[in-house]
Design a protein around this ligand. Structure first.
Ligand SMILES: [Cu+2]
Length: 130
């Protein structure tokens, strides 16, 4: 006999009803980012349209995306004055992932933290409204 546990919560919207946004990466940039997303749970569709593996980090911070602290050719996330909202570590070429992210009110920076990719231009910003 198998038992199936189903959890239902009235306070959570079904995933399909959440606001959503598309983020597209390729060499060497984050080509598409929503300018604004509402604070709270958002469905984010992250596409890697490039020929290389990429990452995507989303950090809530007031720092300028062009002046993030570097350690060699990597962004030193521990020295960013803010906090990590989410991280996608293995975005394989020509793949995409759809995940639920909790956007916070305020400015967010986005970047790829594979060696040299931030410096090559893989960075951008989005605002969390709310
Ligand atoms: Cu990259």
């Amino acid at each position: 006999m198998s038992v199936v546990l189903v959890s239902v919560s009235c306070t959570r919207q079904p995933a399909s009803a959440l606001p959503s946004g598309l983020i597209e990466l390729s060499e060497w940039g984050i080509e598409s980012i929503p300018d604004h997303l509402p604070a709270g749970e958002v469905r984010v569709d992250v596409h890697n349209d490039g020929a290389l593996r990429h990452e995507l980090l989303i950090v809530l911070t007031q720092m300028s995306v062009d002046e993030l602290p570097l350690e060699g050719e990597l962004v030193d996330v521990t020295r960013i004055d803010g906090h990590l909202v989410t991280e996608f570590e293995e975005l394989l070429p020509k793949s995409h992932v759809m995940v639920t992210v909790t956007v916070e009110p305020g400015p967010h920076v986005l970047f790829c933290n594979i060696v040299g990719h931030y410096s090559a231009g893989m960075r951008g910003v989005l605002a969390g409204d709310g």
